[in-house]
Ligand binder design. Structure first.
Ligand SMILES: Cc1ncc(C[n+]2csc(CCOP(=O)(O)OP(=O)(O)O)c2C)c(N)n1
Length: 907
């Protein structure tokens, strides 16, 4: 009985009312094990468990297993590599990674960087790189723990993909560029290193959830017959602290439910996070085991290295497992930080059986007893088992030491996470510890080390990578362009709407339905919803294109006879993510990066309550931007007053402002279906035909109103963000003789989204009631206007001798005519253009919390309705002496405007 888990089960301390009987049972089981092996024991246990779980007995199995390796020594496959060479390579990676961080920090104390994380993860990475992570066009998708990036760079350096100069410019991309080298970004950032990193993981939790949805999307592509992804796997190496993030946990059951056996997570359980232990008073590995197993994953505990095998073999009483079960992580951390002598006294010294086990070991040997995640052979066995697992994803819980090998200076220290400096003695000790071929001087001066090209290590390293299909990580962007159908084919109804009533959401759904029918583009469209398809009038698509389900539909849907029937299918096209915005946006990012990850351009449309987008999952959107996503995000039920009745938590007044902060996001707030159609067409061409790395955020409203035909020739200006919609000449005999306006009184009213209609109405009131001419401008995007104006302003500043350029917004709103801009969003959204407009600029908006009331009550309350627009226009003209002073007071009275400060209850 050399297997530690069986020993400990047999020896587990029990509350025992009849030890003699218990002994007989245990002996029976042990004899079955001896006679017929573990499979028979499992069968018997299944039978007994079935009986014991009956309600009368009410037995529940313990959720955890002992604190030992899941893979028994006997089940461990032979290590297929050259262990000594791989260990030497791992040591070199460790050194170069350490040197990179410490050098950057030495040169510029302000630069961040981490040594301890990679020190703990190096072996986990190296086994992946040498044996599992497949490279090449159809290689594996690997999510690298972000603060272990130096280790990945260190490997790329040895592989010849990065130069010494690159390493010397770690975390100095800007300086590097000035010196003609590329420099290395702090964490995995495809935006900054577009041919290297595939997935941004720098924000904790994003890597884990993204990896699940990438694995799921691979299945989607395959099941829909678009692309065979069967040979690819997803690997994720994450921190145990990172598992605290809600995103890390939120899709575990999806991965199991959808049987994603193409997914393996390696959780680097170094038992520490930034501030201290992950579970000082508990055991994170036990906690995660229960959680993952409960969610349906295969859990492989990789706790102890090979040198423990002998100890377990001699430990016939299960003393080790018993001691582990009483040791919490805070204590394990202390054991990691202390030397062999301390461990002999405090761990092995706690009971005579343990002390006897340690008797043959020197203090030095005790010090070197490896945890599982530092043992290449054990790691290989765990990865191999994960590869062979079918029908469910696997998590490997690998116990390591944070700052492994950093000795006194860092191993297991509370402060190790942020350590970036090592003293001369520490560096020399590190050199000795890992037997690095460096002189004292080379170690002390943090020289990088690369063996000669014909060395055994380098030949081995290259041979391994070529056997695995090529280098990793590598990011590609060579998908074939997809042709976009002419707008007239699916959007004519919107361009020539001729006053038909509809909402922009309805127009979108109709256009989407049209696009889905296009033979080229249609199959590449990925509609995504988070349990709101009915809200947006998309239920007809359920039947038409089906909802993706890896196992089809195994039930008869209640509405089977209906044309809107809820149809799930293996080749279904819609991704219905349930109530998980984090999941839906991760699905969107998977589809939006498919052009790069799989060389297959897809076009995702994720439509959602706009309030639950940037505000709710903004960081995931930021990560999608980093990985150069291409697709459409549709913020529906948008506008703080247009979504009537829903109140504070639902009514969105800020998503566009948030979108404007994402550099490669093109944000639009169209009022009319025709405008939307032009934006859609332009966006698709930009992303699918010209293959630019941008994505679109477009707000959609649920308010039905008459949609005018799009005026001829405004398409370019719709894209630029502003076009002249109409102009209302003043009435000759305005109804309000008292507030007389000068003949030159004129204003420019700018509106966006549904509030453009209030602006149009205001222009009519200005003409009829006040005899004032008003131009009406439709602002489809304040952020696009601002982007263009910003660039031009900079150009002019830096090219003082060139003829000054003029931005679109300056051209449109040139001169001194006062501008009043009104939107359904916070004032800061239209104010994005204020500094580029020479004329007086008034912004009306919906700052504050939403309220549940009717649209008109809300618009009046937020002071963005037509009457408030009129008052703002009069006020601006009055300031210039163009209307009589009495006009404003008169307008307040005439339109019944409240002078109470809404801010008093907006706060
Ligand atoms: C969302 C987010 N919050 C905080 C951080 C800062 N941070 C970076 S690493 C880290 C600790 C990570 O601990 P763990 O996941 O256990 O990894 P280890 O370094 O121990 O391997 C923290 C808090 C971050 N990167 N992202």
């Amino acid at each position: 009985m050399s297997d530690p888990s069986i020993q400990s089960q047999l020896a587990a301390p029990l509350i025992d009312s009849d030890p003699i009987e218990t002994g007989e049972w245990r002996e029976s089981l042990a004899s079955v094990l001896r006679a017929t092996g573990p499979q028979r024991v499992r069968e018997l246990m299944d039978v007994l468990a079935n009986i014991a779980q009956s309600p009368e007995i009410g037995w529940h199995p313990a959720r955890g297993t002992p604190y030992v390796n899941t893979i028994a020594v006997a089940q461990q496959p032979a290590f297929p590599g050259d262990l000594a060479t791989e260990e030497r390579l791992a040591s070199l990676m460790r050194w170069n990674a350490l040197a990179m961080v410490a050098r950057a920090n030495k040169a510029y104390g302000e630069l961040g960087g981490h040594i301890a994380s990679y020190a703990s993860a190096a072996d986990l990475f190296e086994v992946g790189f040498n044996h599992f992570f497949r490279g090449g066009a159809q290689g594996d998708l690997v999510f690298y723990q972000p603060h272990s990036a130096p280790g990945v760079y260190a490997r790329a350096f040895l592989e010849g993909r990065l130069t010494e100069d690159d390493l010397a410019h770690y975390r100095q991309e800007i300086t590097a560029r000035q010196r003609g080298v590329r420099g290395l970004s702090s964490y995995p950032h495809p935006w900054l290193m577009p041919d290297f990193w595939q997935f941004p993981t720098g924000s904790m939790g994003i890597g884990p959830i993204s990896s699940i949805y990438q694995a799921r999307f691979m299945r989607y592509l395959k099941h829909r017959g678009l692309f065979d992804t069967s040979a690819r796997r997803v690997w994720g190496v994450f921190g145990d602290g990172e598992m605290d993030e809600p995103e890390s946990m939120s899709a575990l059951t999806l991965a199991a439910r959808e049987k994603l056996d193409n997914l393996t997570w390696v959780v680097n359980c170094n038992l520490q996070r930034l501030d201290g232990p992950v579970r000082g008073n508990g055991r994170i590995i036990d906690e995660l085991e229960a959680l993952f197993a409960g969610a349906g994953w295969r859990v492989i505990k990789l706790v102890w290295g090979s040198d423990w095998d002998g100890l377990f073999a001699r430990d016939t009483e299960g003393a080790l497992a018993r001691a582990f079960s009483k040791t919490v992580d805070g204590q394990f951390q202390t054991f990691a930080a202390k030397d062999g002598r301390y461990n002999r006294e405090h761990f092995f010294g706690q009971d005579p059986a343990l002390a006897a086990l340690a008797q043959g070991l020197t203090d030095e040997q005790i010090d070197r007893l490896k945890r599982g995640g530092h043992d290449l052979v054990k790691i290989h066995a765990a990865y191999q088992a994960a590869m062979e697992t079918t029908g469910r994803p696997t998590v490997i819980l690998a116990q390591t030491k944070k700052g492994y090998g950093m000795g006194e200076a860092g191993q297991g220290r509370m402060t190790t996470h942020q350590q970036k400096k090592l003293e001369r003695d520490d560096l020399i000790a590190f050199r000795d510890r890992f037997k690095l071929p460096l002189s004292d001087e080379q170690a002390a001066s943090l020289s990088f080390y690369r063996p000669s090209d014909d060395s055994a290590e380098m030949l081995y390293l290259h041979a391994r990578r070529s056997a695995l299909g090529g280098m990793a990580p590598i990011r590609r962007s060579d998908a074939a362009p997809v042709s976009v159908p002419p707008l007239s084919r699916y959007g004519e109804f919107a361009l020539r709407a001729e006053g038909k009533e509809m909402s922009t959401t309805m127009a979108f759904v109709r256009m989407l339905t049209g696009l889905l029918k296009d033979p080229d583009l249609g199959p590449r469209v990925v509609p995504i919803v988070a349990d709101e398809a009915r809200t947006f009038g998309m239920a007809n698509l359920f039947k038409q294109v089906g909802i993706y389900s890896f196992n089809g539909q195994t039930y008869e849907p209640e509405d089977i006879g209906s044309v809107l029937s809820y149809r799930e299918a293996t080749d279904g096209q819609i991704l219905e993510e349930g109530i998980s915005e984090a999941g839906a946006i991760s699905s969107w990012a998977s589809a939006a990066t498919s052009y790069s990850v799989h060389g297959q351009a897809m076009l995702p449309f994720y439509i959602y309550y706009s309030m639950f987008g940037f505000q709710r999952v903004g960081d995931l959107i930021w990560a999608a931007a980093d990985q150069r996503s291409r697709g459409f995000l549709l913020g529906a039920t948008a506008g703080r007053t247009t979504l009537g009745g829903e109140g504070l938590q639902h009514q969105d007044g800020s998503s566009l402002l948030q979108a404007s902060t994402v550099p490669n996001c093109r944000a639009y707030d169209p009022c009319f279906a025709g405008e939307f159609a032009v934006i859609l067409d332009h966006g698709m061409r930009q992303m699918l035909e010209r293959q630019e790395d941008v994505f679109y955020y477009v707000t959609l409203m649920n308010e039905n109103y008459a949609q005018p035909s799009l005026p001829a020739g405004v398409e370019d200006d719709v894209i630029k963000g502003l076009y002249r919609y109409a102009s209302h000449a003043p009435d000759k005999t305005p109804s309000n003789p008292k507030g007389k306006a000068s003949a030159t009184a004129k204003v420019r009213l700018v509106g966006s989204g549904a509030i453009l209609r209030e602006v149009i109405a205001a222009s009519e009131l200005l003409a009829t009631d006040w005899g004032i001419e008003a131009e009406v401008w439709s602002a489809t995007s304040f952020s696009e206007l601002a982007r263009d104006a910003r660039e031009i302003e900079r150009f002019n500043r830096l090219h003082p001798n060139d003829e000054a350029r003029v931005s679109h917004v300056q051209r449109c709103l040139a001169g001194a005519t006062p501008v009043v801009a009104a939107t359904d969003y916070v004032r800061a959204w239209p104010q994005l253009i204020a500094s580029y407009v020479d004329a007086p600029f008034t912004a009306l908006g919906t700052d504050g919390f939403g309220r549940s009331d009717t649209r008109s009550a809300l618009r009046r309350f937020f002071e963005i309705d037509r009457h408030h627009v009129v008052l703002a226009a009069l006020t601006a003209l009055r300031a210039r002496g163009l209307v009589e002073a009495s006009a404003c007071a008169e307008a307040i009275a005439r339109y019944g405007l409240s002078v109470d400060d809404p801010a008093a209850w907006l706060a």
